[in-house]
Design a protein around this ligand. Structure first.
Ligand SMILES: Cc1ncc(COP(=O)(O)O)c(C=O)c1O
Length: 460
């Protein structure tokens, strides 16, 4: 067992888990299937084959409990995995809390976040299927960076459409994508029909993730040698991220601890899902276990204030309809700095776990998240990604409550990435330039009703 003053609980490369875990195998009820917008019938593998390779389509629907991680993927994972689990001794001291705080740090990956856990797998299966190029969208650039890294590992091209406002305003991730060998365009672009249509109406459009998705999907669907890669939301993405939780369980066992509470931030739900599903497996098997809590922005509160309904995954309506917690597919969240959490929906799997009361969720205002990020940087020395600070803020609330109760609660928090390329957001916080925004239930219900009225068929 690790001595009590240990900061990092590490695993040897040889101890890295070699299987992904699939929670679908152990759920009491399966989540409702995605539906084809034209027919209202469940989508089949053939509907997805234009943009995904068959290995990933099968992983999307399988209920097998474990999937072996291919050796080629393990080999790339070993560049940074197993990632460290830290005991936040310095933060505990600063708070004077009896809580034991642990954080699982995914910022050690080449892209600086958890995203390569799935990108490497997606690039591998596409390369194996003979695909020569992957297309994708990116906002601030985390996901595009990660895909460019993964494509370089397997010798395939990577083409990224980046939301124009970020392309112009946040150059460092764009340069990183190019350095890693990716091609990047501002979106809307003149390269696609969807981009040209937007530019014809709004020549100065700052772009949106919805438009960028339409461009990337259009190019992949029209090129037999190209596929599309998605960074969150889908079952196969959560499956690949399960390595986070599997490692954490092994590391906690090394520390001789059992978690009482596990917290992660949730945008589309992939790092949260990857962290908590192995804990949920143990909990379902034994009948007891930690509370599992998602932290989301108060300005984009899909779990805590959204409606559980069938909706499109993207703004343009190119994806299947998915039953999920949604704010409406054309919902435009406030331009908060945690770009990765500005998504109108939530993974159907995470939404289902929430409906089944297997997980909890809290919404956190932006200023609290940056206050948590700054305290964390000044104690533990890591400047966290703005997305990750949501989990830190939710953790701090518990750690402070433990000061009152005296409870030695074991809290595990997912630190999904570092914020080294998000420093302007910290500058805005430090200069007092950040604003908080929240929505009334009525405003959000109206937004959802407007969006759902636009669906071509009304699903049950
Ligand atoms: C560092 C970081 N954390 C979290 C997220 C949210 O995504 P997800 O909910 O899929 O983990 C993102 C998305 O861009 C991210 O970059």
């Amino acid at each position: 067992m690790a001595p009590v003053n240990t900061h990092k609980i590490t695993l040897d490369e040889s101890e890295m888990p070699t299987r992904w875990y699939n929670i679908l195998h152990d759920l009491p009820t399966p989540p409702p299937p995605p539906l084809h917008p034209a027919t209202g019938a469940p989508v089949g593998p053939e509907d997805l084959a234009a943009i995904f390779p068959m290995d990933l389509i099968l992983q999307e629907v399988t209920t097998e409990k474990y999937i072996d991680i291919p050796e080629e993927v393990l080999d790339v994972y070993r560049l940074w995995r197993p990632s460290p689990l830290y005991r936040a001794h310095n933060l505990e001291k600063a708070l004077g809390t009896p809580a034991h705080i642990y954080y699982k740090y995914e910022g050690v990956s080449p892209a600086g976040s958890h995203k390569p856990n799935t990108d490497v797998a997606q690039a591998f299966y596409n390369a194996k299927a003979g695909v020569r190029k992957l297309t994708t969208e990116t906002g601030a650039g985390q996901w595009g960076t990660s895909l460019a890294f993964a494509c370089a590992q397997f010798g395939i091209e990577c083409e990224v459409w980046q939301v124009r406002a970020s392309y112009d305003g946040k150059p460092y991730r764009r340069i990183m994508i190019e350095t890693l060998g990716g091609t990047i365009h501002p979106s809307p672009s003149t390269l696609t029909a969807s981009g040209r249509a937007v530019l014809a109406e709004h020549p100065d459009s700052p772009g949106s993730l919805g438009i960028a998705i339409s461009e990337a999907v259009e190019v992949a669907a029209g090129d037999p040698n190209a596929n599309y890669a998605l960074g969150s939301v889908l079952n196969h993405v959560l499956l690949h991220q399960s390595i986070i939780g599997e490692e954490t369980l092994l590391q906690l066992a090394k520390a001789g601890e059992t978690a009482d509470l596990v917290i992660g931030c949730a945008g589309g739900g992939s790092n949260f899902g990857g962290l908590i599903t192995p804990f949920l497996r143990e909990k379902l098997a034994s009948g007891s276990g930690p509370v599992l809590r998602a932290a989301e922005p108060a300005s984009c509160p899909s779990l805590t204030q959204g409606t559980y309904a069938y909706d499109y995954g993207d703004v343009a309506g190119l994806t299947p309809m998915m039953k999920m917690h949604t704010l409406g597919h054309d919902f435009i969240p406030d331009p908060i700095h945690a770009g990765g959490l500005r998504y109108h929906g939530m993974s159907p799997l995470i939404s289902h776990l929430y409906e089944e009361r297997l997980i909890e969720a809290v919404a956190v205002p932006q200023s609290d998240t940056f206050a948590a990020g700054v305290l964390f940087a000044r104690t533990e020395g890591i400047v966290p990604a703005p997305e990750s600070t949501h989990a830190l803020a939710a953790m701090l609330a518990e750690a402070r409550a433990a000061v009152e109760t005296g409870e030695e609660k074991v809290i595990v928090v997912g630190l999904s990435g570092h914020g080294h390329l998000d420093l302007p957001a910290y500058e805005a916080y430090l200069h007092g330039d950040l604003t908080d925004h929240s929505w009334s239930d009525t405003e959000l219900q109206e937004s959802v009703a407007r969006a759902l009225a636009k669906l071509p068929v009304a699903p049950a």
